[in-house]
Structures are given as structure tokens and as C-alpha cells.
Write a protein that binds this ligand. Structure first.
Ligand code: NAP
Ligand code: MG
Length: 476
């Protein structure tokens, strides 16, 4: 793998940056396999200014159908380079290759969805009480900064860029320091597909310099961020200075609620991957499992059995379900939760060890007998660690579920329709699935309640979020 971009993508060209280059480490081998250029504050300013020029000179006024033509071509171009992007992503962050392939295909579908959607996305005619004609316009904002994390770099980059571009904005995409490669590939395929220079810029660089410059830049009209709650709060504070629009998709501590009347086989067989997929580095990870007491022992036994069957190993192996964590830091943080729990006398029912000496691997880990005050029960681990607790009473269980400051996702398992709907209404979270663990659908809104964020990605809601709503009245 030598032919992939490692420089900043500005104005349709790959260029060097004045920031400190980042070493890209293969988490499965711990070896550096390339270095990537980084944007300084000056580079970011150049990217934003050229995005603003592209906005004013070409993209803003291009007919939606013409924007759609280019977005369909980007989807096509992603599919043509799908294997190369997937291989690169897998190596860059240790993602199992089969997952990487699915995520690249998802990226292409996202471009197609918004290419199709933008031509059906219009305003309203409103009957105001004085004759004439009142109507609304959905107008692009200008330059949108998309700041994305390392856990799902390609699909998240696509699900911010595609609706923003479809709506007529220009985008400056800042990938995470640990995962810039697939974002640079997106820049390349977009250029190949005929996206005009400047409409999409990709600026790898540090959060503290490149990210911060984007957030403060006066020409940036909206910041669309996915990452930690801590950085999300900082971005919102800074954005308040000039009232930039923000959408924030942040951390989670999502519940998996299992009632005794559920299809326990199905619930237990599917639940391990609802928390361990992507080696637990998933904001939707169902890391707090609540099981009705009469089903608790049966569920735990089956859950552990299904977890033992998960294939942990080399990301390049087609059969691998769990690769390594992204970094030594990420693994150490997960291990600290496990050590702390063992020290407090909690029951380690499975895992907890490094399965092999090389690479940032960690076994899927199941903790029992944790207490509601435990850090591992309250905080996001972002690693392969789950806690399972019994509950006796629906009301108390819901209080505990909603005691979390987060509210991103969650699952409810029951065959009682009334209960499913009652509980779904009460759980404070932006996304829920009943008798399923699906969280992300291209067509449906995705985002959090409370400290899990603000605004929505995906679906028509994302398209709305990248526009300003204007009302126009014409006198009769
Ligand atoms: P993070 O620091 O929030 O990083 C997310 C993105 O924001 C990266 O591109 C990062 O750049 C950038 N960034 C960092 N500081 C910034 C700043 N001051 N201004 C503007 N941009 C900034 O997340 P992380 O450090 O990668 O992960 C930490 C924790 O966040 C995880 O353990 C997990 O709990 C949570 N997380 C959540 C999600 C999610 O999907 N909701 C995803 C990833 C992480 P750099 O990479 O260069 O720092
Ligand atoms: Mg960080």
C-alpha cells in the first residue's frame, strides 16, 4: 500500500502543511507505517478562505440537481476505490476488514441518499393572514467545519460532508490525528468525481491547533462535531462567542434493557456485539445491561457463551470480529476500569486480559455485581467492557437508566408491545431499538439527549441542520 495521499487536501490539490506531522501506527502491530502532514493555523485559515471563495463563486448557486449529479458521482467513485479505502482504514485504526468494508459501502450509500434527498427538500408556502404569498427557503450557511473522531472515521466523515454539501455548503473536514487516511481518500475521490476545488477541504492536524482554529474562525458558520463530551462542551462555549451553529454527537453509556418475557436466546446471542463491536469504541455501545431478575442467570450464561464465541484477532482476517483498540492509551484507560473493579471486589466473569503480546488487544470483558456508584457503571469506557445488573422493578430500573448524564442510544427487549412502547417513551435517549441493537440508519435521525449531544446527523434532519430557514413575504 504505497499509493495513498498523506498531505492536506486544499483547493483540489494535495499540499504540505506547516503543522507537526503525525506518525500513523498500525494498532495490530504497534508499528509506524507512514507519516501524514498536519495543518497549522495558517493552513486552516487558507482552507477556510478558499472554501468561502468556492461557496460564493460556484457551489452556493449551483442548482440542487447539479449538486446531486456530483454527489452521485462521488458515491460511484467511493465504490470504485472501496477496497483500497477499507484496507487503509483497517490498517490505520485496527478495524476488522469486514467492518471496514461495510463502513465504506455505508459512506457511498450516504452520498447517494443526500444526492437523492436534496432534490426533494424544499420550503413551505404558509397562509399568512394578509393575502400575498409567504414562503420559506432553506438556504446554505456557508463554510461548515466537520470535526470527526477515529472510531468510525469514514462513515462519520461522509455523514457530515454529504448533507452539508448537498445543501450547498462548502466543507472543511478535520479528521482525528489517529485516523486521517480515509478522509484524505475521500478528498481524492471527490476531486476525481468532479467536485470543484475548494468545495471540500481535508485538513488533518491536531485538535488543539487545527481544530481550535476551525472553531474560532470567523468565516466558519457551523461546526459539526463528533467526539468526546469534554471537547464538545468546549466547542459550544467557543461557538457562543459569535453564535456559530453547532451540532454535537458526543459520548454515551447506553442501556440494554432485557425483560424476562423477551426472546432471551436472540437477546443474549446478539447483545455481546451491541457493546463489543468496534472493540467497544462506539458511542452507542450498550455497556450497561439491565436484566429482569428472573431471567438474569439464564441471560448472563448465554451472554458469556456468545461472548466466548467472538473472534478476536488480526484485523486483516476476514473472520475477525474484534480487532485491537486504537492505541495504547485507549487500552490502558479500559484496563484501569477493570483493575479498579477487581480491586473493589466486583466479579470479573470473563476476559480482562491481553490475548496476545503484540498489538493493543484486550479481551471482551464482562463485569457482574457492580454498584450504581461505580465509575465503570457511570462513565463511558470506550473499550470492550460491559456491566450486567439485575432489576426487580420497571420504575426503579428506568430511574437508574435515566440517572446517566448521557442519552444517546439503547435497546429494549420484550415481547409485550405495551411495555415496549411505555419504556421507549420514558428512556431519555435520542435513539432506541426494540428487539434489535440497530442504531444507525442513513434515512433516520441520529443523535443524543442530554450530554450526548445536540442536533442530529443522518436522515432529513441532518439536511435541515445544514441550512438556515428564511421566510419571505410578497405583498399582493
Ligand atoms: P476528542 O478529543 O473529542 O476528538 C474528536 C475530534 O476532535 C478529533 O478530530 C480531535 O482531534 C478533535 N479535537 C480535540 N480537541 C479539540 C479542540 N480543542 N478543538 C477542536 N477539535 C478538537 O476525542 P478523543 O480524544 O479521540 O477520544 C476521547 C474520548 O471521546 C473517547 O474515549 C470517548 O469517550 C469519546 N469519543 C466519542 C466518540 C463518539 O463517537 N461520540 C468518538 C470518539 C471518542 P485530535 O484527534 O487531533 O485530538
Ligand atoms: Mg482528545
Amino acid at each position: 500500500m504505497s499509493g495513498f495521499p498523506r498531505e492536506l487536501f486544499i483547493d483540489g490539490k494535495f499540499v504540505t502543511g506547516a503543522g507537526k506531522r503525525t506518525a500513523q501506527i498500525d494498532p495490530a502491530t504497534e508499528e509506524t507505517f507512514c507519516e501524514v502532514e498536519a495543518a497549522s493555523a495558517v493552513d486552516v485559515d487558507r482552507a477556510v478562505s478558499s472554501a468561502q471563495r468556492a461557496f460564493e463563486s460556484t457551489w452556493r448557486d449551483r442548482a440542487p440537481g447539479k449538486r446531486a449529479d456530483v454527489l452521485f458521482k462521488i458515491a460511484h467513485s467511493i465504490r470504485q476505490h472501496a477496497e483500497a479505502i477499507a484496507q487503509l482504514e483497517s490498517r490505520n485504526i485496527g478495524k476488522p476488514i469486514s467492518d471496514a468494508r461495510d463502513e465504506v459501502a455505508l459512506g457511498a450509500r450516504i452520498f447517494e441518499f443526500y444526492a437523492g434527498a436534496v432534490t426533494k427538500f424544499g420550503g413551505q408556502v404558509i397562509p399568512v393572514a394578509r393575502g400575498g404569498l409567504d414562503f420559506t427557503l432553506r438556504q446554505p450557511m456557508g463554510v461548515v467545519a466537520a470535526i470527526v473522531p477515529w472510531n468510525f472515521p469514514f462513515p462519520i466523515g461522509c455523514w457530515k460532508a454529504a448533507p452539508a454539501l448537498a445543501a450547498g455548503n462548502c466543507v472543511v473536514l478535520k479528521p482525528a490525528g489517529q485516523s486521517p487516511l480515509s478522509a484524505l481518500m475521500l478528498g481524492q475521490v471527490a476531486a476525481e468525481a468532479g467536485l470543484p476545488p475548494g468545495v471540500l477541504q481535508v485538513v488533518p492536524g491536531s485538535g488543539s491547533e487545527a481544530g481550535d482554529t476551525l472553531v474560532r474562525h470567523p468565516l466558519v458558520r457551523k461546526i459539526s462535531f463528533t467526539g468526546s463530551t469534554e471537547v464538545g462542551k468546549r466547542i459550544m462555549e467557543l461557538a457562543a462567542r459569535d453564535l456559530k451553529r453547532v451540532s454535537l454527537e458526543l459520548g454515551g453509556k447506553s442501556p440494554n434493557i432485557v425483560f424476562a418475557d423477551a426472546d432471551l436466546e436472540l437477546a443474549a446471542a446478539s447483545s455481546p456485539m451491541s457493546v463489543f463491536a468496534n472493540t467497544g469504541q462506539d458511542c452507542c455501545a450498550r455497556s450497561r445491561v439491565f436484566v429482569e431478575r428472573s431471567a438474569f442467570d439464564r441471560f448472563v450464561e448465554k451472554f458469556i457463551g456468545a461472548t466466548k464465541d467472538l473472534r478476536v484477532g488480526e484485523p486483516s482476517n476476514e473472520a475477525t470480529q474484534l480487532g485491537p483498540l486504537v492505541s495504547a492509551i485507549q487500552r490502558n484507560a479500559s484496563e484501569e476500569f477493570i483493575t479498579e473493579s477487581k480491586r473493589a471486589g466486583r466479579r470479573l466473569a470473563l476476559g480482562g486480559n491481553r490475548p496476545q503480546p503484540r498489538g493493543y488487544f484486550l479481551e471482551p470483558t464482562v463485569l457482574l455485581d457492580v454498584e450504581p456508584g461505580d465509575r465503570v457503571w457511570r462513565e463511558e469506557v470506550f473499550g470492550p467492557v460491559v456491566c450486567i445488573r439485575p432489576f426487580d422493578n420497571e420504575e426503579q430500573m428506568l430511574r437508574e437508566v435515566n440517572a446517566s448524564p448521557y442519552g444517546l442510544s439503547g435497546s429494549i427487549w420484550t415481547n409485550d408491545l405495551k411495555r415496549a412502547l411505555r419504556v421507549a417513551r420514558r428512556v431519555e435517549s435520542g435513539v432506541l431499538s426494540i428487539n434489535s441493537h440497530a442504531s444507525v440508519h442513513v434515512e433516520a435521525p441520529f443523535g443524543g439527549f442530554k450530554q450526548s449531544g445536540l442536533g442530529r446527523d443522518l436522515g432529513m434532519a441532518a439536511l435541515e441542520g445544514y441550512t438556515e430557514l428564511k421566510n419571505v413575504y410578497i405583498a399582493d
